[in-house]
Design a binder for this molecule. Structure first.
Ligand code: SAH
Length: 397
């Protein structure tokens, strides 16, 4: 008998809409003693076959769907097909682009739950974030070895998502040679990426389009880069119209790399001031000193990790955006982001509107920002949409 996961009555609805997650509360029982990572047949309470999924007994998400096709085997050939498709899509979507870094596989949204692949030049960084992806690790790596050759592969399965699935964090070289820092190009901007210890897999690839936008929009004058990490928005603004930047982050290592990124882009050191500090406090200090900027960029970390954190996170987003708007010169631009998946674009817009009201500024939205093409959202998986942003112009005289 195959290993099976039987749902409670009525819980098949999301699967019939092809949503790939099965929450532990929807599971009535398992049959055939499936272990973590095993492929199970998912059946409704009345015995209707729904999907094949990877079982994760300890996690809140108890299973993630591999396939909706009862005939499709989940084996090495399956992973080869899905990986080939994801990489072919990138080749299409990145056509005509000279960027050397992009996401090759975006987990659920590429039909490969728990698997993330990022490419930095000829280095590939891999994350196995679920029991299912972990169980097929060798097959996935074998399939990848022949695809779009790399000089090295590095594992960065050291994130919270993996812990939530009951797996220990893991990081290190998997194949070839991987230097600590890899240089990538986006158009004619150059960035050094710390793939061994940087945040995420080293760089915020999801902000690529917004770097180009900030470069294009940056007005002459001063820009403020709040939560600057390795300074990608600072570099973009300075390569555009901005003359000076004040950039703040709480990570000293990130700021060290940011200085390197200035050099790589031929930007004089004295055009940016790097502040190792807490953005919420530093912005208050700048406001009290009466400072102002032509452009303010705010890209905080995920302030709401779960839906239950949204109300508290909403206050923090409002707080930081209120300060950002107060620091903006009339006619200036605020480019503000939220990467909290649980906080909707509509709510984010309301929060920023509330911040403008309380700051006493008039403003207009001149841009709605989202995810780049290499971070797709499977159409039945709205959770894949996490990054949102607004370009807000202060319109009072
Ligand atoms: N804009 C960046 C990415 C920002 S990620 C880029 O273009 O690459 C969020 C950053 O916020 C991280 O670098 C993290 O170190 C920093 N951070 C988190 N909390 C902070 C705080 N309270 N004050 C300052 N920086 C903070």
């Amino acid at each position: 008998m195959s290993q099976q996961l039987i749902l409670r009555p009525g819980r098949e609805r999301s699967l019939l809409r092809r949503h790939p997650w099965i929450f532990s509360g929807s599971v009535a029982e398992t049959r055939g003693s499936p272990q973590a990572g095993d492929t199970v047949d998912v059946l409704s309470s009345s015995g209707e076959w729904l999907a094949k999924a990877a079982y994760s007994p300890e996690a809140h998400i108890a299973a993630r769907v591999w396939t909706w096709d009862p005939e499709e085997l989940v084996d090495e050939a399956f992973f080869r097909r899905r990986l080939t498709a994801a990489l072919a899509t990138r080749a299409e979507l990145m056509r005509g682009s000279s960027c050397t870094a992009y996401r090759e596989v975006h987990a659920e949204s590429d039909g490969l739950p728990g698997l993330v692949l990022d490419r930095y030049g000829d280095v590939r960084v891999v994350q196995f974030l679920s029991q299912g992806a972990e169980a097929w690790r060798d097959e996935i790596l074998a399939a990848l070895s022949g695809m779009h050759p790399t000089s090295g592969t590095y594992e960065r399965s050291d994130t919270e998502a993996r812990t939530l699935d009951g797996l220990a964090p893991r990081a290190g070289v998997l194949a070839g040679e991987v230097p600590e820092r890899v240089e990538i190009r986006e158009d004619d901007m150059v960035f050094s990426v710390d793939v061994h210890r940087g945040q995420k897999t080293g760089f915020y690839l999801d902000q690529r389009d917004h770097r180009a936008l900030i470069r294009r929009l940056a007005p002459a004058g001063r820009m403020l880069d709040g939560f600057c990490y390795t300074g990608s928005f600072t570099v973009a603004a300075l390569r555009g119209g901005a003359s000076q930047a004040l950039s703040i982050d709480s990570s000293a290592e990130a700021l060290e790399l940011a200085r390197e990124n200035m050099r790589l882009n031929g930007l004089a050191d004295d055009r940016a001031t790097w502040t190792d500090g807490n953005v919420f406090e530093e912005l208050r200090r700048l406001r009290d000193r009466g400072e102002s900027f032509e452009m303010v960029v705010l890209d905080p970390p995920r302030l709401a990790a779960a839906a239950s954190h949204v109300p508290r996170a909403a206050r923090a987003y409002k707080d930081v955006n209120l300060l950002g708007l107060k620091l903006l010169k009339p006619g200036g631009l605020l480019v503000t982001f939220s990467c909290s998946g649980g906080l909707s674009p509509e709510l984010f817009q309301k929060i920023v509107a509330g911040a403008a009201l309380d700051a006493g500024v008039e403003a207009q939205i001149v841009g709605w920002l989202g995810q780049p093409a290499d971070h797709p959202v499977a159409i039945q998986f709205p959770e894949g949409r996490y990054l949102k942003g607004l370009v807000v112009r202060r319109s009072d005289a």
